[in-house]
Write a protein that binds this ligand. Structure first.
Ligand code: HEM
Ligand code: HEM
Length: 208
C-alpha cells in the first residue's frame, strides 16, 4: 500500500498531484486568514509586514498553480467513483474548474492592487525576487477597483473551497468511497483497495 507513483493513473492520483493539491490548499487557506486579518489590524508597522508576507505567498500560489496545471494536462485524471450521478459529477467538475480559475484570478487581482496603487510600493517575493508591476493604470480609482475585485473573488472562492471540502467529507463519511483517500495517497491502486477490503472481510485467523 502507499503511494509510490509519480504520475496519476485511471484510479489514483500520483504523488506530484497530491503534493500540489495539499501544499496549494494549505497556503490558500493561510492566505485567506492572513488577508482577512491584515486589513483589519490598526498596527501599521505590523500591517506593512503582513502585506509583504501576503504578497509573497500569493506569488508562490500563482507559480505553483502554473506548474500544477501543466502537470494536470500531462496526466490522466482518475475516474469518478461508480455511483455518482450526472449532477454530482457536474457539480464536482464545475467546482474544480472554479477553484483552478481562482488560483489564478485571486493572486492576479492582488498583483493588480499593488501595481495600480499610487503608493507604488515595490514588491519583493520573500525579500528575494523582484516582481515587476503589471502594466495597469495607476490611480486611487484603479486601486479601489482591484481591491474590491480581489476581495470579492477571494471570498467567493473561499465559499467554493468550503463546499468542496464538505463534499470531500461527504464522500468519505457518508458514501464511504475512496475519493478523499485517493487524494491523501492511500490506496494507490484499485488492487490495493481490493486487497484491503478482502483483509477487512476475512475471518480473523486468516489475517496475518
Ligand atoms: C491565492 C492568493 C491570495 C488570496 C487567497 C488572497 C486573499 C485576500 C483576502 C481575503 C484579503 C482581504 C480582503 C478584505 O477583507 O478586504 C486580501 C487583501 C489583499 N491582498 Fe490578497 N490574496 C491572495 C494573493 C494576493 C497577491 C498575490 C497580492 C499582491 C501581489 C495580494 C494583495 C493584497 C492586498 C494589497 C490586499 C489588501 C487590500 C486592501 O487594501 O484592503 N493578494 N487578500
Ligand atoms: C481541507 C480542504 C480540502 C479537502 C478535504 C480537499 C479534498 C479534495 C479531494 C478529495 C479531491 C479529489 C477529487 C476527485 O478525486 O475527483 C480534490 C480535488 C481538487 N481540489 Fe481539493 N480539497 C481541499 C481544499 C482545496 C482547496 C483550498 C483548493 C483550491 C483553492 C482545492 C482545489 C482542488 C482542485 C482544483 C481539485 C481537482 C484536482 C483534479 O484536477 O483532479 N482543494 N480535493
Amino acid at each position: 500500500m502507499g503511494c509510490t507513483m509519480l504520475r496519476n493513473d485511471a484510479q489514483s492520483y500520483g504523488v506530484v498531484t497530491i503534493l500540489f493539491h495539499w501544499i496549494i490548499a494549505l497556503i490558500f487557506i493561510g492566505q485567506m486568514l492572513l488577508g482577512y486579518l491584515m486589513v483589519r489590524t490598526s498596527d501599521f508597522a505590523l500591517q506593512f509586514n503582513l502585506f509583504q508576507w501576503h504578497k509573497s505567498f500569493g506569488f508562490m500560489i500563482l507559480a505553483l498553480s502554473g506548474l500544477r496545471v501543466l502537470w494536470r494536462m500531462a496526466n490522466p485524471r482518475p475516474r469518478d467513483p461508480d455511483g455518482m450521478g450526472y449532477l454530482e459529477r457536474l457539480a464536482a467538475h464545475v467546482a474544480h474548474g472554479l477553484l483552478y480559475l481562482a488560483l489564478f484570478l485571486v493572486p492576479l487581482t492582488g498583483w493588480a492592487i499593488a501595481s495600480s496603487s499610487p503608493l507604488q510600493i515595490p514588491t519583493y517575493a520573500f525579500n528575494l525576487i523582484v516582481i515587476p508591476p503589471l502594466p495597469l493604470a495607476i490611480s486611487d480609482q484603479a486601486e479601489a477597483f482591484w481591491t474590491v475585485s480581489h476581495a470579492y473573488l477571494a471570498y467567493l472562492s473561499a465559499f467554493v473551497a468550503t463546499a468542496h471540502m464538505l463534499a470531500a467529507l461527504h464522500h468519505h463519511f457518508w458514501k464511504k468511497d475512496a475519493v478523499l483517500l485517493r487524494m491523501l495517497g492511500w490506496y494507490s491502486t484499485a488492487h490495493d483497495r481490493q486487497h484491503a477490503e478482502q483483509l477487512r472481510s476475512a475471518p480473523k485467523d486468516v489475517q496475518s
